[in-house]
Design a protein. Structure first.
Length: 500
């Protein structure tokens, strides 16, 4: 091997002797893969400020300020989560951004008369409470065996599919071309490019297949007049987020209690994401690491309103990108965080990325989110289903997690705190899987060897004294025991044998 190849091999393998996520790639590849992460989550991170800003009656300029703030804070939170400092940051390839879990609650707070200031105040207070209770969440690692983690990872992928489908249809269900053949065709073309590059490209091209497919999909959209870059030049080029741009936060008890429920859901989802990415990367995730990750989440969320942003949590869709590309380096995601910070400071670049047509994101999203589900199925394939109730744990948890996806209005008549928790398919599946695992695998009182039809099967046991009666060549055919000479051996029941 020549010197250049040795150096390349050394660069590629750095971190292999330690943790897979500590691998360092060349600077160009690092930022290319990081940009791929940004494109994957961009639609998700700008949607909450769009919805909340519109609910608060803000004009387009103020909503733009919210979006820039969310990008800026999301980048800082990502860097904290991936690089880490003592007690903060899981040091795993997790992208942070505004959580969808709290959008409906924040809209309710705005409509309740508190305005955006009450939203910011509730996020600060609830996040600080969340920071205090993270030690409790970090201790639950032993309650996340593969039957739980596999279920949650699978559900993460499945619950993200409606997001991909909505993107593929155009993203805006009020637009006249929503669900048009052109939109879905563009999404299909992008997905086809992802698959083609994954098959025929080199290793480098295959790993960048999502980014390249988005670029090529955007070019196709431009050719057919489906991309609009006219707004790229409108607005400020450089802008630093102004602290408390909308006034000082206000603290209302009801708003804080509602937001605390959101924080509990966020802690549950982030715990699941940390464990999921740990499984995909192939690294050890213990209670200390979960605690560090959750503290980074809560600290980022508590500081976020200072810069006019909201709760921060790990983005599940980027877990899928780690799985599909095989790029496990946390420093790649750190580079994505740097890009997010720059986008937050340079709104003009953010507008360029925002111009990527939504159907292009949808085409790539189908593969990405499907990969997350497939990773969960791979984990579930390692679970032992014999002489236990693991099958019903998986079945009931995934089914329960799919309810809010199949019927989004399912919990509309329930109390708001209940709906906030279980409206998320991820948190629904996580809560059910943890509880059922406790019921069947930890609280064993009352368990039997063959409890119900859901037991996958029982192991075959043959007593040693029975085997001693057999000779070489004996066999069992059509319900009869045939000896080595071809003669049938009579079989007695246990009751008759005891009479002699």
């Amino acid at each position: 091997m020549n010197t250049k190849k040795k150096l390349a091999a050394a660069a590629a393998g750095k971190g292999a002797k330690g943790r897979p996520e500590d691998q360092r790639l060349p600077i160009g590849s690092t930022f290319a893969y990081g940009f791929q992460h940004v494109l994957t989550m961009y639609g998700g991170i700008i949607a909450p400020p769009l919805i909340i800003g519109a609910a608060a009656g803000m004009n387009s300029q103020d909503i733009g300020l919210l979006i820039a703030a969310c990008l800026f804070v999301g980048g800082l939170a990502t860097i904290l989560q991936t690089v880490g400092i003592p007690f903060f940051g899981s040091q795993l390839p997790l992208v942070q951004g505004v959580s969808f879990a709290g959008v409906s609650t924040m809209v309710a707070i705005v409509h309740g008369g508190g305005g955006i200031q009450a939203v910011f105040g509730s996020v600060i207070a609830a996040s600080l409470i969340g920071l205090l209770i993270t030690p409790l969440f970090s201790k639950i690692i032993r309650f996340f065996p593969p039957v739980v983690t596999g279920t949650v990872i699978t559900t993460i992928g499945l619950t993200l599919m409606p997001v991909a489908a909505n993107w593929a249809m155009g993203g805006n269900n009020k637009a006249p071309n929503y669900g048009s053949v052109a939109n879905i065709g563009l999404a299909a073309a992008t997905m086809g490019i992802v698959l083609l590059l994954s098959k025929v490209g080199s290793a480098a091209i295959s790993r960048l297949s999502i980014l390249l497919a988005m670029v090529l999909g955007t070019l196709i959209a431009v050719a057919f007049g489906m991309a609009d870059f006219s707004k790229v030049g409108q607005g400020e080029i450089v802008a630093f987020p102004t602290p408390f741009a909308f006034g000082p936060p206000t603290f209302e008890a009801a708003a804080i209690i509602s937001m605390l429920i959101v924080i509990l859901v966020t802690l549950t989802e982030t715990s699941a994401d940390i464990i999921a990415v740990g499984e995909i990367v192939g690294t050890k995730v213990d209670s200390k690491r979960i605690g560090n990750g959750l503290r980074a989440d809560m600290l980022s969320s508590a500081i976020s309103p200072l810069f006019n942003s909201f709760t921060q949590s790990a983005f599940a869709q980027n877990v899928g990108l780690v799985a599909i590309t095989g790029v496990k380096s946390r420093f790649v995601v750190s580079a994505g965080g740097v890009i997010l910070v720059v986008l937050g400071l340079l709104p003009v670049l953010g507008r360029v990325v925002a111009a990527v047509p939504t159907p292009v994101l949808g085409g790539a999203g189908v593969v990405l989110f499907g990969t997350v589900a497939a990773s969960g199925i791979r984990t579930l394939s390692k679970v032992d289903y014999k002489n236990n109730m693991n099958l019903i744990v998986v079945a009931a948890s995934i089914g329960f997690g799919m309810i809010p996806i199949a019927a989004p209005a399912f919990y509309d008549q329930f109390p708001s705190w209940f709906g906030t928790i279980f409206h998320s398919g991820i948190s629904s599946a996580a809560v059910m899987a943890i509880l059922l695992n406790l019921l069947f695998n930890h609280l064993r009182a009352g368990n039997s060897d063959n409890q119900s039809v859901f037991v996958a099967g029982t192991e075959r046991l043959v007593r040693a004294e029975d085997l001693r009666c057999l000779a070489e060549g004996d066999r069992f055919e059509n319900g009869k025991l045939i000896d080595c000479d071809g003669k049938e051996v009579p079989i007695q029941s246990a009751e008759k044998a005891s009479e002699h």
